[in-house]
Write a protein that binds this ligand. Sequence first.
Ligand code: X8Z
Ligand code: ZN
Length: 620
Amino acid sequence: MGIRTLAIAGLVLLAVGAALILVIGRQDAGEAPPPEPGIDASLPLPTVEEAAAFLDEYNARYRHLWTAAEGAKWQANVDITEANSAAEVQAAQALADYVGSRQVIDRLVRLRRIPDLSELLRRQIDKAWELAAHYPGTAPATVSKLLQAEAAQSARLHSFRYSLAVPGREPREVTTNEIDRLLLESRDLAERRAVWECSKLVGPPLKDGLAELQTLRNAVAEKMDYSSFFALECADYGLTSAEMMMLMDDLLAGIQPLYEQLHCWVRHELAARYGEPVPPRLIPAHWLANRWGQEWPGIVAGVDLDGMFRDVSPQWLIEQGERFYTSLGFPNLPLTFWGRSDLYELPADANRSKNTHASAWHIDLDQDVRSLMNVRNDFQWFSTVHHELGHVYYYLSYARPEVPPILRRGANRGFHEAVGTLVELASNQVPYLEEIALLKPGEAPDQVRWLLNQALTGPVVFLPFACGTMTHWEHDFYENDLPRHLYNERWWRYAAHYQGIAPPAERGEEWCDAATKTHISDDPAQYYDYALSYVILHQLHRYICQELLHQDVHGVNYYGSAQVGIYLESILSAGATRDWNRLLFEATGEPLSASALLDYFEPLQAWLQEQNAGRAVGFR
Ligand code: X8Z
Ligand code: ZN
Protein backbone atom coordinates (compact mmCIF):
# COMPACT_ATOMS: atom_id res chain seq x y z
CA MET A 1 0.00 0.00 0.00
CA GLY A 2 1.40 3.41 -0.95
CA ILE A 3 1.15 6.36 1.33
CA ARG A 4 -1.48 7.80 -0.96
CA THR A 5 -4.11 5.29 0.05
CA LEU A 6 -3.35 5.96 3.67
CA ALA A 7 -3.40 9.71 3.57
CA ILE A 8 -6.34 10.42 1.36
CA ALA A 9 -9.91 10.38 2.37
CA GLY A 10 -12.88 11.71 0.50
CA LEU A 11 -12.99 14.78 -1.64
CA VAL A 12 -15.70 17.26 -0.96
CA LEU A 13 -16.37 19.87 -3.56
CA LEU A 14 -17.37 23.09 -1.90
CA ALA A 15 -19.15 26.02 -3.42
CA VAL A 16 -17.52 28.68 -1.24
CA GLY A 17 -16.61 31.58 -3.45
CA ALA A 18 -14.62 29.89 -6.17
CA ALA A 19 -15.21 26.23 -5.65
CA LEU A 20 -12.11 24.71 -4.17
CA ILE A 21 -11.54 21.26 -2.95
CA LEU A 22 -11.28 20.41 0.69
CA VAL A 23 -9.67 17.21 1.70
CA ILE A 24 -10.89 15.87 4.97
CA GLY A 25 -8.14 13.90 6.67
CA ARG A 26 -9.38 10.42 7.41
CA GLN A 27 -9.59 9.34 10.99
CA ASP A 28 -7.52 6.20 10.77
CA ALA A 29 -7.87 5.28 14.39
CA GLY A 30 -9.92 2.30 15.45
CA GLU A 31 -9.14 -0.25 12.77
CA ALA A 32 -5.97 -2.01 11.75
CA PRO A 33 -5.24 -1.65 8.04
CA PRO A 34 -4.80 -4.83 6.01
CA PRO A 35 -1.29 -6.23 6.12
CA GLU A 36 1.28 -4.90 3.66
CA PRO A 37 2.44 -7.32 0.99
CA GLY A 38 5.47 -9.07 2.39
CA ILE A 39 4.45 -8.46 6.01
CA ASP A 40 3.85 -11.43 8.20
CA ALA A 41 0.30 -10.83 9.41
CA SER A 42 0.67 -13.42 12.13
CA LEU A 43 3.23 -11.28 13.93
CA PRO A 44 1.67 -9.50 16.91
CA LEU A 45 0.91 -5.83 16.42
CA PRO A 46 3.50 -3.59 18.02
CA THR A 47 2.35 -1.65 21.05
CA VAL A 48 1.83 2.08 21.38
CA GLU A 49 4.76 2.14 23.82
CA GLU A 50 6.98 0.54 21.21
CA ALA A 51 5.93 3.17 18.68
CA ALA A 52 6.67 5.98 21.13
CA ALA A 53 10.09 4.54 22.00
CA PHE A 54 10.99 4.09 18.35
CA LEU A 55 9.96 7.65 17.52
CA ASP A 56 12.01 9.06 20.39
CA GLU A 57 15.08 7.43 19.00
CA TYR A 58 14.15 8.29 15.42
CA ASN A 59 13.65 11.98 16.23
CA ALA A 60 16.97 12.27 18.02
CA ARG A 61 18.89 10.69 15.16
CA TYR A 62 16.92 12.56 12.54
CA ARG A 63 17.68 15.88 14.20
CA HIS A 64 21.34 15.09 14.54
CA LEU A 65 21.74 14.01 10.90
CA TRP A 66 19.53 16.82 9.60
CA THR A 67 21.71 19.38 11.38
CA ALA A 68 24.84 18.05 9.74
CA ALA A 69 23.18 17.83 6.33
CA GLU A 70 21.57 21.26 6.48
CA GLY A 71 24.79 22.84 7.72
CA ALA A 72 26.74 21.32 4.84
CA LYS A 73 24.06 22.34 2.36
CA TRP A 74 24.16 25.89 3.68
CA GLN A 75 27.91 25.99 3.20
CA ALA A 76 27.55 24.70 -0.35
CA ASN A 77 25.02 27.47 -1.10
CA VAL A 78 26.98 30.38 0.30
CA ASP A 79 30.34 29.29 -1.09
CA ILE A 80 30.06 27.22 -4.22
CA THR A 81 33.10 24.98 -4.47
CA GLU A 82 33.66 21.36 -5.39
CA ALA A 83 34.76 20.55 -1.86
CA ASN A 84 31.62 22.08 -0.34
CA SER A 85 29.47 20.28 -2.83
CA ALA A 86 31.15 16.97 -1.99
CA ALA A 87 30.64 17.59 1.73
CA GLU A 88 26.99 18.41 1.05
CA VAL A 89 26.49 15.10 -0.76
CA GLN A 90 28.21 13.17 1.98
CA ALA A 91 26.09 14.65 4.76
CA ALA A 92 22.89 14.27 2.72
CA GLN A 93 23.81 10.65 2.11
CA ALA A 94 24.22 10.01 5.84
CA LEU A 95 20.75 11.44 6.49
CA ALA A 96 19.25 9.45 3.61
CA ASP A 97 20.97 6.26 4.76
CA TYR A 98 19.18 6.51 8.06
CA VAL A 99 15.71 7.89 7.23
CA GLY A 100 15.36 5.59 4.22
CA SER A 101 17.03 2.54 5.72
CA ARG A 102 15.35 -0.82 5.44
CA GLN A 103 15.19 -1.04 9.22
CA VAL A 104 13.33 2.25 9.46
CA ILE A 105 11.01 1.38 6.59
CA ASP A 106 10.25 -2.09 8.02
CA ARG A 107 9.62 -0.57 11.40
CA LEU A 108 7.31 2.09 10.00
CA VAL A 109 5.37 -0.50 8.02
CA ARG A 110 4.69 -2.40 11.22
CA LEU A 111 3.95 0.67 13.32
CA ARG A 112 1.47 1.98 10.82
CA ARG A 113 -0.70 -1.05 11.59
CA ILE A 114 -1.30 -0.09 15.21
CA PRO A 115 -4.98 0.85 15.37
CA ASP A 116 -5.15 3.18 18.36
CA LEU A 117 -2.27 5.57 17.93
CA SER A 118 -2.65 9.14 19.11
CA GLU A 119 -2.74 11.81 16.40
CA LEU A 120 0.73 12.97 17.42
CA LEU A 121 2.27 9.50 17.04
CA ARG A 122 0.42 8.78 13.82
CA ARG A 123 1.50 12.02 12.22
CA GLN A 124 5.13 11.36 13.08
CA ILE A 125 4.95 7.93 11.52
CA ASP A 126 3.31 9.32 8.39
CA LYS A 127 5.96 12.05 8.02
CA ALA A 128 8.78 9.60 8.61
CA TRP A 129 7.23 7.43 5.92
CA GLU A 130 7.08 10.31 3.45
CA LEU A 131 10.68 11.11 4.20
CA ALA A 132 11.72 7.48 3.68
CA ALA A 133 9.94 7.59 0.35
CA HIS A 134 12.36 10.30 -0.76
CA TYR A 135 15.40 8.14 -0.02
CA PRO A 136 14.37 4.47 -0.07
CA GLY A 137 17.16 2.25 1.12
CA THR A 138 15.64 -0.39 -1.14
CA ALA A 139 17.19 1.52 -4.08
CA PRO A 140 20.50 2.69 -2.63
CA ALA A 141 22.30 3.24 -5.93
CA THR A 142 19.49 5.42 -7.27
CA VAL A 143 19.34 7.47 -4.07
CA SER A 144 23.07 8.00 -4.16
CA LYS A 145 23.05 9.10 -7.77
CA LEU A 146 20.15 11.42 -7.04
CA LEU A 147 21.93 13.18 -4.18
CA GLN A 148 24.97 13.71 -6.35
CA ALA A 149 22.94 14.89 -9.31
CA GLU A 150 21.05 17.39 -7.12
CA ALA A 151 24.20 18.90 -5.66
CA ALA A 152 25.86 19.10 -9.07
CA GLN A 153 22.82 20.79 -10.61
CA SER A 154 22.65 23.37 -7.80
CA ALA A 155 26.35 24.13 -8.17
CA ARG A 156 25.96 24.61 -11.95
CA LEU A 157 22.96 26.87 -11.49
CA HIS A 158 24.36 29.03 -8.72
CA SER A 159 27.87 29.47 -10.06
CA PHE A 160 26.64 30.53 -13.49
CA ARG A 161 27.99 33.85 -14.72
CA TYR A 162 25.63 35.86 -16.89
CA SER A 163 27.15 37.71 -19.84
CA LEU A 164 25.02 40.56 -21.17
CA ALA A 165 25.49 41.42 -24.85
CA VAL A 166 23.47 44.51 -25.77
CA PRO A 167 23.77 45.20 -29.53
CA GLY A 168 26.44 47.87 -30.13
CA ARG A 169 27.99 47.51 -26.65
CA GLU A 170 30.82 45.44 -25.19
CA PRO A 171 29.51 42.28 -23.52
CA ARG A 172 29.75 42.47 -19.72
CA GLU A 173 29.05 40.22 -16.77
CA VAL A 174 25.90 41.03 -14.78
CA THR A 175 24.40 39.77 -11.53
CA THR A 176 20.81 38.59 -11.23
CA ASN A 177 20.04 41.73 -9.21
CA GLU A 178 21.30 43.81 -12.16
CA ILE A 179 19.20 41.78 -14.59
CA ASP A 180 16.13 42.41 -12.47
CA ARG A 181 16.90 46.10 -12.12
CA LEU A 182 17.35 46.55 -15.89
CA LEU A 183 14.11 44.72 -16.58
CA LEU A 184 12.38 47.03 -14.15
CA GLU A 185 13.87 50.27 -15.41
CA SER A 186 15.02 50.10 -19.02
CA ARG A 187 12.69 51.62 -21.60
CA ASP A 188 14.86 50.51 -24.51
CA LEU A 189 13.33 47.41 -26.09
CA ALA A 190 16.58 46.26 -27.74
CA GLU A 191 18.32 46.43 -24.38
CA ARG A 192 15.39 44.74 -22.64
CA ARG A 193 15.45 41.91 -25.12
CA ALA A 194 19.20 41.43 -24.64
CA VAL A 195 18.76 41.38 -20.86
CA TRP A 196 15.88 38.94 -21.03
CA GLU A 197 17.82 36.65 -23.37
CA CYS A 198 20.85 36.92 -21.12
CA SER A 199 18.73 35.68 -18.20
CA LYS A 200 17.96 32.51 -20.19
CA LEU A 201 21.60 31.62 -20.87
CA VAL A 202 21.75 29.44 -17.79
CA GLY A 203 19.17 27.00 -19.23
CA PRO A 204 21.21 24.95 -21.72
CA PRO A 205 23.97 24.01 -19.26
CA LEU A 206 21.24 22.68 -16.94
CA LYS A 207 19.35 20.58 -19.47
CA ASP A 208 21.25 17.29 -19.15
CA GLY A 209 21.22 17.54 -15.38
CA LEU A 210 17.49 18.18 -15.41
CA ALA A 211 16.80 15.14 -17.57
CA GLU A 212 18.84 13.04 -15.17
CA LEU A 213 16.94 14.42 -12.18
CA GLN A 214 13.64 13.56 -13.84
CA THR A 215 14.67 9.92 -14.24
CA LEU A 216 16.17 9.55 -10.77
CA ARG A 217 13.40 11.35 -8.88
CA ASN A 218 10.73 9.32 -10.60
CA ALA A 219 12.64 6.09 -10.00
CA VAL A 220 12.84 6.84 -6.28
CA ALA A 221 9.16 7.74 -5.98
CA GLU A 222 7.98 4.77 -8.02
CA LYS A 223 10.02 2.46 -5.82
CA MET A 224 7.70 3.50 -2.99
CA ASP A 225 4.53 3.04 -5.07
CA TYR A 226 3.90 6.64 -6.01
CA SER A 227 2.88 7.25 -9.59
CA SER A 228 5.69 9.80 -9.95
CA PHE A 229 7.86 12.22 -8.02
CA PHE A 230 5.13 14.82 -8.52
CA ALA A 231 2.70 12.53 -6.67
CA LEU A 232 5.19 12.05 -3.85
CA GLU A 233 5.41 15.79 -3.28
CA CYS A 234 1.62 16.19 -3.30
CA ALA A 235 1.47 13.78 -0.35
CA ASP A 236 2.40 16.65 1.98
CA TYR A 237 -1.17 17.85 1.44
CA GLY A 238 -2.70 14.40 1.48
CA LEU A 239 -3.58 14.85 -2.19
CA THR A 240 -2.93 12.79 -5.30
CA SER A 241 -1.46 14.41 -8.42
CA ALA A 242 -4.87 14.47 -10.07
CA GLU A 243 -6.44 16.12 -7.04
CA MET A 244 -3.72 18.74 -6.89
CA MET A 245 -4.21 19.52 -10.57
CA MET A 246 -7.95 19.89 -10.03
CA LEU A 247 -7.26 22.31 -7.23
CA MET A 248 -4.93 24.31 -9.46
CA ASP A 249 -7.43 24.39 -12.32
CA ASP A 250 -10.19 25.54 -9.99
CA LEU A 251 -8.01 28.36 -8.76
CA LEU A 252 -7.13 29.36 -12.29
CA ALA A 253 -10.77 29.40 -13.29
CA GLY A 254 -11.56 31.64 -10.32
CA ILE A 255 -8.92 34.23 -11.18
CA GLN A 256 -9.27 34.12 -14.99
CA PRO A 257 -11.92 36.84 -15.50
CA LEU A 258 -9.88 39.37 -13.54
CA TYR A 259 -6.60 38.23 -15.06
CA GLU A 260 -7.92 38.70 -18.59
CA GLN A 261 -8.97 42.25 -17.78
CA LEU A 262 -5.63 42.99 -16.20
CA HIS A 263 -3.76 41.40 -19.09
CA CYS A 264 -5.68 43.50 -21.60
CA TRP A 265 -5.04 46.70 -19.66
CA VAL A 266 -1.30 45.92 -19.36
CA ARG A 267 -1.02 45.06 -23.06
CA HIS A 268 -2.26 48.55 -23.86
CA GLU A 269 -0.22 50.32 -21.17
CA LEU A 270 3.04 48.72 -22.24
CA ALA A 271 2.44 49.20 -25.95
CA ALA A 272 1.99 52.91 -25.24
CA ARG A 273 5.08 52.96 -23.04
CA TYR A 274 7.32 51.39 -25.68
CA GLY A 275 5.66 53.11 -28.63
CA GLU A 276 4.73 49.76 -30.19
CA PRO A 277 1.49 48.51 -31.71
CA VAL A 278 -0.78 46.78 -29.21
CA PRO A 279 -0.05 43.03 -29.43
CA PRO A 280 -3.19 41.25 -30.59
CA ARG A 281 -2.97 38.49 -28.02
CA LEU A 282 0.22 37.65 -26.14
CA ILE A 283 2.49 40.07 -24.29
CA PRO A 284 6.17 39.81 -25.29
CA ALA A 285 7.97 38.41 -22.24
CA HIS A 286 10.77 40.99 -22.44
CA TRP A 287 8.25 43.83 -21.99
CA LEU A 288 7.69 42.67 -18.42
CA ALA A 289 9.82 43.44 -15.38
CA ASN A 290 10.32 39.87 -14.26
CA ARG A 291 12.38 37.15 -15.91
CA TRP A 292 9.43 34.75 -15.98
CA GLY A 293 6.56 37.22 -16.04
CA GLN A 294 5.51 35.91 -12.62
CA GLU A 295 4.87 39.43 -11.36
CA TRP A 296 4.54 42.70 -13.23
CA PRO A 297 5.85 45.59 -11.14
CA GLY A 298 6.60 49.08 -12.41
CA ILE A 299 3.52 49.50 -14.59
CA VAL A 300 1.15 51.62 -12.52
CA ALA A 301 1.99 55.28 -13.00
CA GLY A 302 2.41 57.35 -9.86
CA VAL A 303 3.36 54.41 -7.64
CA ASP A 304 7.09 54.87 -7.00
CA LEU A 305 7.60 52.10 -4.52
CA ASP A 306 11.38 52.06 -4.74
CA GLY A 307 11.40 55.76 -3.92
CA MET A 308 10.28 54.94 -0.38
CA PHE A 309 13.59 53.18 0.26
CA ARG A 310 16.04 55.63 -1.27
CA ASP A 311 17.25 56.90 2.10
CA VAL A 312 17.48 53.66 4.06
CA SER A 313 20.12 50.93 4.07
CA PRO A 314 19.57 47.29 3.12
CA GLN A 315 20.16 46.41 6.78
CA TRP A 316 17.35 48.75 7.81
CA LEU A 317 14.96 46.72 5.65
CA ILE A 318 15.76 43.57 7.57
CA GLU A 319 15.64 45.31 10.95
CA GLN A 320 12.27 46.83 10.08
CA GLY A 321 11.06 43.38 9.06
CA GLU A 322 12.13 42.10 12.46
CA ARG A 323 10.41 45.06 14.15
CA PHE A 324 7.17 44.12 12.42
CA TYR A 325 7.26 40.64 13.91
CA THR A 326 8.43 41.78 17.37
CA SER A 327 5.68 44.42 17.40
CA LEU A 328 3.22 41.51 17.26
CA GLY A 329 4.92 39.87 20.24
CA PHE A 330 7.34 37.53 18.46
CA PRO A 331 10.84 37.40 19.99
CA ASN A 332 13.88 39.18 18.63
CA LEU A 333 15.80 37.18 16.09
CA PRO A 334 18.51 35.18 17.83
CA LEU A 335 21.88 36.91 17.68
CA THR A 336 23.20 33.97 15.69
CA PHE A 337 20.75 34.89 12.92
CA TRP A 338 22.74 38.06 12.34
CA GLY A 339 26.10 36.37 12.74
CA ARG A 340 25.47 33.36 10.53
CA SER A 341 23.11 34.59 7.82
CA ASP A 342 24.38 35.74 4.44
CA LEU A 343 22.18 38.72 3.73
CA TYR A 344 23.76 41.05 1.20
CA GLU A 345 25.15 41.12 -2.30
CA LEU A 346 28.73 40.06 -2.74
CA PRO A 347 31.12 42.70 -3.99
CA ALA A 348 32.14 42.34 -7.64
CA ASP A 349 35.62 41.14 -6.65
CA ALA A 350 34.41 38.58 -4.10
CA ASN A 351 36.35 35.34 -4.05
CA ARG A 352 33.25 33.18 -3.73
CA SER A 353 29.91 32.82 -5.47
CA LYS A 354 26.63 32.11 -3.74
CA ASN A 355 23.06 31.17 -4.51
CA THR A 356 21.25 34.38 -5.46
CA HIS A 357 17.73 33.18 -4.74
CA ALA A 358 16.39 34.17 -1.32
CA SER A 359 15.85 31.41 1.23
CA ALA A 360 15.43 30.76 4.95
CA TRP A 361 17.07 27.90 6.82
CA HIS A 362 16.40 25.94 9.98
CA ILE A 363 19.81 24.45 10.48
CA ASP A 364 19.38 22.57 13.77
CA LEU A 365 15.56 22.48 13.94
CA ASP A 366 15.96 24.69 17.00
CA GLN A 367 17.41 28.21 17.38
CA ASP A 368 19.97 28.15 14.56
CA VAL A 369 17.92 30.02 11.95
CA ARG A 370 19.48 31.78 8.99
CA SER A 371 18.61 33.51 5.76
CA LEU A 372 20.41 33.74 2.48
CA MET A 373 19.54 36.87 0.54
CA ASN A 374 21.00 39.66 -1.60
CA VAL A 375 19.14 42.53 0.00
CA ARG A 376 19.11 45.92 -1.68
CA ASN A 377 17.13 48.91 -0.53
CA ASP A 378 14.19 48.55 -2.88
CA PHE A 379 10.57 47.52 -2.70
CA GLN A 380 11.13 44.03 -4.06
CA TRP A 381 13.60 43.22 -1.31
CA PHE A 382 11.39 44.85 1.33
CA SER A 383 8.75 42.27 0.37
CA THR A 384 11.20 39.39 0.17
CA VAL A 385 12.64 40.20 3.60
CA HIS A 386 9.16 39.89 5.15
CA HIS A 387 8.64 36.65 3.27
CA GLU A 388 11.88 35.08 4.50
CA LEU A 389 11.38 36.27 8.07
CA GLY A 390 7.99 34.56 7.98
CA HIS A 391 9.79 31.26 7.47
CA VAL A 392 12.24 32.12 10.23
CA TYR A 393 9.48 32.97 12.75
CA TYR A 394 7.62 29.79 11.80
CA TYR A 395 10.82 27.83 12.58
CA LEU A 396 11.22 29.56 15.92
CA SER A 397 7.56 29.12 16.86
CA TYR A 398 7.48 25.37 16.45
CA ALA A 399 10.96 24.72 17.83
CA ARG A 400 9.62 23.66 21.21
CA PRO A 401 9.64 20.41 23.17
CA GLU A 402 5.98 19.63 22.43
CA VAL A 403 6.72 19.41 18.71
CA PRO A 404 8.89 16.42 17.81
CA PRO A 405 11.68 17.27 15.32
CA ILE A 406 10.08 15.32 12.46
CA LEU A 407 6.98 17.55 12.80
CA ARG A 408 8.94 20.81 12.96
CA ARG A 409 7.61 21.92 9.63
CA GLY A 410 4.59 23.81 8.36
CA ALA A 411 1.03 22.51 8.72
CA ASN A 412 1.67 21.94 5.03
CA ARG A 413 4.29 23.57 2.81
CA GLY A 414 1.78 26.17 1.62
CA PHE A 415 1.28 27.35 5.21
CA HIS A 416 5.02 27.88 5.48
CA GLU A 417 5.01 30.08 2.40
CA ALA A 418 1.88 31.89 3.58
CA VAL A 419 3.17 33.44 6.80
CA GLY A 420 5.75 35.80 5.40
CA THR A 421 3.61 36.69 2.41
CA LEU A 422 0.75 37.52 4.77
CA VAL A 423 3.07 39.86 6.64
CA GLU A 424 4.23 41.18 3.27
CA LEU A 425 0.60 41.99 2.47
CA ALA A 426 0.26 43.65 5.87
CA SER A 427 3.47 45.60 5.32
CA ASN A 428 2.12 46.94 2.02
CA GLN A 429 -0.87 48.59 3.68
CA VAL A 430 -0.88 52.38 3.57
CA PRO A 431 -1.66 52.99 7.28
CA TYR A 432 1.39 50.94 8.25
CA LEU A 433 3.70 52.55 5.69
CA GLU A 434 2.54 55.92 7.00
CA GLU A 435 3.12 54.90 10.61
CA ILE A 436 6.75 54.01 9.91
CA ALA A 437 7.13 57.13 7.74
CA LEU A 438 7.98 55.33 4.51
CA LEU A 439 5.00 57.15 3.07
CA LYS A 440 4.42 60.77 4.01
CA PRO A 441 0.76 61.63 4.60
CA GLY A 442 -0.88 62.51 1.32
CA GLU A 443 1.77 60.68 -0.70
CA ALA A 444 -0.18 57.47 -1.10
CA PRO A 445 -1.71 57.05 -4.53
CA ASP A 446 -5.43 56.48 -4.78
CA GLN A 447 -6.82 53.16 -3.56
CA VAL A 448 -7.52 51.71 -6.98
CA ARG A 449 -3.96 52.29 -8.18
CA TRP A 450 -2.58 50.83 -4.97
CA LEU A 451 -4.75 47.74 -5.35
CA LEU A 452 -3.91 47.52 -9.03
CA ASN A 453 -0.26 47.42 -8.14
CA GLN A 454 -0.92 44.69 -5.57
CA ALA A 455 -2.73 42.66 -8.23
CA LEU A 456 0.19 43.08 -10.61
CA THR A 457 2.84 42.19 -8.05
CA GLY A 458 0.74 39.61 -6.19
CA PRO A 459 -1.63 36.74 -6.78
CA VAL A 460 -3.63 37.91 -9.79
CA VAL A 461 -0.55 37.82 -12.01
CA PHE A 462 1.25 35.17 -10.01
CA LEU A 463 -1.40 32.43 -10.02
CA PRO A 464 -1.40 31.89 -13.81
CA PHE A 465 2.34 31.35 -13.55
CA ALA A 466 2.27 29.22 -10.39
CA CYS A 467 -0.85 27.12 -10.96
CA GLY A 468 -0.55 27.25 -14.73
CA THR A 469 2.88 27.32 -16.34
CA MET A 470 5.00 25.98 -13.48
CA THR A 471 2.71 23.36 -12.01
CA HIS A 472 1.41 22.04 -15.32
CA TRP A 473 4.93 21.84 -16.71
CA GLU A 474 6.27 20.03 -13.66
CA HIS A 475 3.27 17.74 -13.65
CA ASP A 476 3.94 16.75 -17.26
CA PHE A 477 7.65 16.53 -16.59
CA TYR A 478 7.32 13.96 -13.79
CA GLU A 479 3.90 12.41 -14.10
CA ASN A 480 4.01 12.02 -17.89
CA ASP A 481 7.80 11.74 -18.31
CA LEU A 482 7.93 14.72 -20.64
CA PRO A 483 10.65 13.89 -23.22
CA ARG A 484 13.56 16.30 -23.56
CA HIS A 485 12.71 17.31 -27.11
CA LEU A 486 9.53 18.89 -25.74
CA TYR A 487 10.83 20.78 -22.69
CA ASN A 488 10.80 24.21 -24.26
CA GLU A 489 7.85 23.68 -26.51
CA ARG A 490 5.73 22.69 -23.51
CA TRP A 491 7.03 25.57 -21.39
CA TRP A 492 6.05 28.22 -23.93
CA ARG A 493 2.81 26.51 -24.78
CA TYR A 494 1.79 26.84 -21.14
CA ALA A 495 3.18 30.36 -20.81
CA ALA A 496 0.96 31.37 -23.75
CA HIS A 497 -2.08 29.50 -22.52
CA TYR A 498 -1.98 30.45 -18.85
CA GLN A 499 -0.03 33.70 -18.66
CA GLY A 500 -0.70 35.07 -22.12
CA ILE A 501 2.97 35.80 -22.77
CA ALA A 502 5.33 34.90 -25.62
CA PRO A 503 9.11 34.94 -26.02
CA PRO A 504 10.59 37.72 -28.18
CA ALA A 505 11.52 35.10 -30.82
CA GLU A 506 11.09 31.37 -31.36
CA ARG A 507 12.80 29.40 -28.56
CA GLY A 508 13.84 25.98 -29.81
CA GLU A 509 14.93 22.97 -27.80
CA GLU A 510 18.53 24.21 -27.75
CA TRP A 511 17.23 26.36 -24.88
CA CYS A 512 15.86 25.07 -21.62
CA ASP A 513 13.87 27.97 -20.27
CA ALA A 514 12.09 26.05 -17.51
CA ALA A 515 15.46 25.32 -15.92
CA THR A 516 16.18 29.03 -15.53
CA LYS A 517 13.67 28.97 -12.66
CA THR A 518 15.60 27.77 -9.64
CA HIS A 519 12.69 25.80 -8.17
CA ILE A 520 12.65 23.44 -11.16
CA SER A 521 15.98 22.04 -9.98
CA ASP A 522 16.06 22.97 -6.28
CA ASP A 523 12.47 22.76 -5.01
CA PRO A 524 10.99 20.32 -7.46
CA ALA A 525 7.31 19.61 -7.98
CA GLN A 526 6.15 21.97 -5.27
CA TYR A 527 5.60 25.36 -6.84
CA TYR A 528 1.87 25.01 -6.15
CA ASP A 529 2.87 25.70 -2.52
CA TYR A 530 3.09 29.38 -3.40
CA ALA A 531 -0.26 29.38 -5.12
CA LEU A 532 -1.93 27.73 -2.15
CA SER A 533 -0.13 30.09 0.20
CA TYR A 534 -1.95 33.04 -1.37
CA VAL A 535 -5.29 31.33 -0.86
CA ILE A 536 -4.49 30.55 2.77
CA LEU A 537 -3.00 33.94 3.62
CA HIS A 538 -6.00 35.81 2.25
CA GLN A 539 -8.24 33.68 4.42
CA LEU A 540 -6.10 34.56 7.43
CA HIS A 541 -5.94 38.22 6.42
CA ARG A 542 -9.70 38.51 6.10
CA TYR A 543 -10.18 36.86 9.48
CA ILE A 544 -7.64 39.15 11.13
CA CYS A 545 -9.20 42.28 9.63
CA GLN A 546 -12.80 41.36 10.27
CA GLU A 547 -12.68 39.44 13.53
CA LEU A 548 -9.62 40.76 15.35
CA LEU A 549 -8.84 44.30 14.21
CA HIS A 550 -12.20 45.36 12.77
CA GLN A 551 -10.46 47.23 9.97
CA ASP A 552 -10.79 47.31 6.20
CA VAL A 553 -8.91 44.51 4.42
CA HIS A 554 -7.46 47.14 2.07
CA GLY A 555 -6.31 49.61 4.70
CA VAL A 556 -5.35 47.78 7.84
CA ASN A 557 -2.51 48.16 10.28
CA TYR A 558 -1.31 45.01 12.07
CA TYR A 559 1.71 46.80 13.52
CA GLY A 560 1.86 46.52 17.30
CA SER A 561 -1.14 44.22 17.63
CA ALA A 562 -0.50 41.59 20.31
CA GLN A 563 -3.83 40.04 19.39
CA VAL A 564 -2.67 39.35 15.84
CA GLY A 565 0.57 37.95 17.27
CA ILE A 566 -1.24 35.53 19.55
CA TYR A 567 -3.47 34.44 16.69
CA LEU A 568 -0.54 33.76 14.36
CA GLU A 569 1.52 32.11 17.07
CA SER A 570 -1.32 29.65 17.73
CA ILE A 571 -1.13 28.52 14.11
CA LEU A 572 2.65 28.56 13.79
CA SER A 573 3.53 26.88 17.06
CA ALA A 574 1.56 23.76 16.08
CA GLY A 575 4.03 22.98 13.30
CA ALA A 576 2.80 19.83 11.57
CA THR A 577 1.22 18.32 14.69
CA ARG A 578 -2.27 19.08 13.43
CA ASP A 579 -4.17 18.24 10.25
CA TRP A 580 -3.96 21.36 8.06
CA ASN A 581 -7.59 21.24 6.97
CA ARG A 582 -8.73 21.32 10.56
CA LEU A 583 -6.20 23.94 11.58
CA LEU A 584 -7.35 26.20 8.77
CA PHE A 585 -10.98 25.65 9.63
CA GLU A 586 -10.43 26.42 13.29
CA ALA A 587 -8.35 29.50 12.46
CA THR A 588 -10.74 31.00 9.92
CA GLY A 589 -14.10 29.28 10.33
CA GLU A 590 -13.99 28.05 6.75
CA PRO A 591 -12.35 25.36 4.64
CA LEU A 592 -9.77 26.13 1.99
CA SER A 593 -11.43 28.68 -0.26
CA ALA A 594 -10.34 31.34 -2.73
CA SER A 595 -13.24 33.60 -1.86
CA ALA A 596 -11.20 35.89 0.44
CA LEU A 597 -8.55 36.35 -2.25
CA LEU A 598 -11.08 37.00 -5.01
CA ASP A 599 -13.08 39.39 -2.83
CA TYR A 600 -9.93 41.35 -2.03
CA PHE A 601 -9.31 42.16 -5.68
CA GLU A 602 -12.96 42.37 -6.69
CA PRO A 603 -13.05 46.21 -6.69
CA LEU A 604 -10.65 46.13 -9.64
CA GLN A 605 -12.98 44.26 -11.93
CA ALA A 606 -15.35 47.16 -12.61
CA TRP A 607 -12.52 49.67 -12.90
CA LEU A 608 -10.66 47.52 -15.43
CA GLN A 609 -13.80 46.82 -17.42
CA GLU A 610 -14.30 50.54 -17.75
CA GLN A 611 -10.69 51.09 -18.84
CA ASN A 612 -10.92 48.23 -21.32
CA ALA A 613 -14.24 49.28 -22.86
CA GLY A 614 -14.07 48.67 -26.60
CA ARG A 615 -10.90 46.57 -26.37
CA ALA A 616 -10.63 42.88 -27.18
CA VAL A 617 -10.27 41.19 -23.80
CA GLY A 618 -8.83 37.64 -23.63
CA PHE A 619 -5.72 36.05 -25.08
CA ARG A 620 -6.59 32.44 -25.90
O1 X8Z B 1 11.10 31.47 -3.93
C1 X8Z B 1 10.42 32.27 -3.32
C2 X8Z B 1 10.92 32.79 -1.97
C3 X8Z B 1 11.74 31.80 -1.26
S1 X8Z B 1 10.81 30.59 -0.48
C4 X8Z B 1 11.77 34.02 -2.21
N1 X8Z B 1 9.27 32.75 -3.85
C5 X8Z B 1 8.78 32.31 -5.14
C6 X8Z B 1 9.67 32.76 -6.29
O2 X8Z B 1 10.53 33.62 -6.09
O3 X8Z B 1 9.47 32.28 -7.40
C7 X8Z B 1 8.37 33.70 -3.21
C8 X8Z B 1 7.25 33.90 -4.17
C9 X8Z B 1 7.42 32.91 -5.28
ZN1 ZN C 1 9.36 31.05 0.90
